[in-house]
Structures are given as structure tokens and as C-alpha cells.
Design a protein around this ligand. Sequence first.
Ligand code: 5AD
Ligand code: SF4
Length: 344
Amino acid sequence: MFTHSIRRYSLTVNKVYSLSEIKEMLLLEEEEAFALYEEANSLTEKLFGKSIFVRGIIEFSNVCAKNCLYCGIRRGNKNVKRYHIGKEDLKKIIMDAHNDNFKTIVLQSGEVDVYDNDITEVIEYVKSKCDIAITLSMGEKSREQYIEWKNAGADRYLLRIETTNRKLFENLHPDDDFDNRLKSLMTLKELGYEVGTGVMIGLPKQTEEDLASDILFFKENDFDMLGVGPFIPHNETPLRDIKSVNMSMVLNFLSAMRLVTYDTNIPATTSMATLDKEGREKALNAGANVIMPNYTPQKYRESYKLYDNKICTKEDAEHTMEFTKKTVERAGKVLVLERGDRRR
Ligand code: 5AD
Ligand code: SF4
């Protein structure tokens, strides 16, 4: 019966869903869940064809001043070997990515302010040399800082809300304020960035209702990119004993997110591939239309472990595109070398 009602949804362009409809999707099992994935995949193909956009991530620093309970590189983890890729090396890595045909890269780091000026210089340099979309993922900053990077040429910003349950957010983030996170997201939108956000699935005490609300939050605020993934424990954090959810819950969430938010860019993330070795392929058949391989030089990857068993810490950056193309082909899709801006 549910299968039938899901099928009707794709006939309605950009349908509005209620909280209880989304919750129902999250709770589907087996054949009904597969029907949901198929529905999300059909909608994705209707909007994007079989094209999968590729974005390289460069984790340029694991220095972080914050102590988020779930994260392996939190400041309280004294076992992490801290590194920071300096601006000249970073410029070179981005130009290498451009030569390797990446049309967009994501610069990600822990949250500290000390390298912010370097990043302005890096963006200006890269933008003067080539046409590559630059996404930043460096956490909460002042409005002035976001303006400076936008003026330098940054195109997009990723800042996950992590969970829209305020209480849960506060419990997990000793250094953060929920309203400030929201304010940062709204500032980024107002300044004209393409804005990405996202949540972790399977946080302790998170309910299906919370997850359904997360999806409504994405829709209501019209975010452009939605990066989500399972929570995976890291053994040097306070959440070391919390188990991850099953891949099926992640896929239900992903498909529901596609149906509800319609034409957003949704990546198959590294955490999905860590939870399930075919996680990326499964995600690419359940609503994801983006893949984000790791382009960090190999020697740093072991030190950017947000959670245990993070994959791709061994491969070299130079093999990244080839490896990614194969993953996409295994999923029956086609890797496209485009910027992959939000299409409306
Ligand atoms: N499990 C899954 N995802 C995590 N992140 C941080 N720690 C974990 C973890 N233990 C995610 C957060 C953050 C992004 C960079 O990585 O959502 O925003
Ligand atoms: Fe730092 Fe981000 Fe990890 Fe929080 S999630 S500890 S801000 S790197």
C-alpha cells in the first residue's frame, strides 16, 4: 500500500511532505524501503540524468579548538598528530586537482581562526589562475570573515547543523550555541554563497521524529547541498561506545531527503562507505547525485580521522579520479566533470 502512495509522489513536482509522511518513509523496511530508494533514484535521474558530479576534498588542517563529543580530532584528543598544510603547498595541491580535471574542490579543516588570512590569499590566487569552484568547510566564522572569503572568490560553504534538535545539539557541542549555528547558515545564504548543511544519523538519543524534522528544516530553508552520513564512533572520544545505525536507515533518510528537497545536490559521503563497503554505490542508487573523493595528500590522511576505520586513508591523490570513476560506473552512473552548481 505504501509503495503505491510513494509512487504517486514522483508525479507531483516538488510535492510538500508532512512530518508524519517523512517519518513513515524513515521507518520503511525491506521491499517498501527498496521501493522508496527506486523512487528517489527515478526522481534523481529525471532531474540529473545518470550524471554524478565530482568534488575533491582537501583536508588542509586538523587543528581544532572545539571539543564536539563525537569527533576524533576534537581538541581534547591528545593522541592526534596535528598538521596544517601551509598556503604555498595548498595552492599547489588545488592546482594539481585542477590539472586532474576537478572543476570543484572543498577546503575542509578543524575550527580555528589562525589560518583564515592564508585562505583568503589561497582563494584569490587560485581564482586568478583557473576556473574552479571553491567550497569552504571551516566552521563558524564572523560575518566579516564570510564576506572577505566571498569577495576573494569563494563560491560555496558547507556548515552542518549536525542535528536540528536543540537539546541534542547542545549536549554534543560544549563550545557551540545552536542559535549561532543557525545565524551563520542564514548569513552565508544572505551573502550569496551556495550553502550546504547536513546532519549525522544515529546520534545518541536522536529519534525518527528528530530526523524527519531535520529533513523539513533542509526543505524549509532551501539549502543547496545536503551532506549527511551515519554517526560512527571514534574510540578516543566520549561517544566511543555508541553503535552506528544500519545502512538501511541511512538510505531511507537519503531517499526521503531527495523526495522532499527535490533538486538539491546530495553527496554519497565517506562515512556511508565506511559503514558499508558498497555504501557509496548504494547511495548513488538511492538519491545521491554527487561524489566527494578525498584529495588530501596521503601522508596527512591518517591524521584526519573523524571516526574509526575511515576509508581511503591509504590511496594516493593521483589515483583518486580513476578510483572514483570506477565506483560511479559500478553504480551504473556516469561521472561528469562539471562544476555542478545547484540547478533549479
Ligand atoms: N561520525 C560521523 N561523522 C562525523 N563527523 C564528525 N565526527 C563524526 C563521526 N564520529 C562529521 C560531522 C562534521 C563533518 C566534517 O564530519 O558531521 O560536520
Ligand atoms: Fe572540530 Fe569540526 Fe570535529 Fe567539532 S566536528 S571537533 S568543530 S573538526
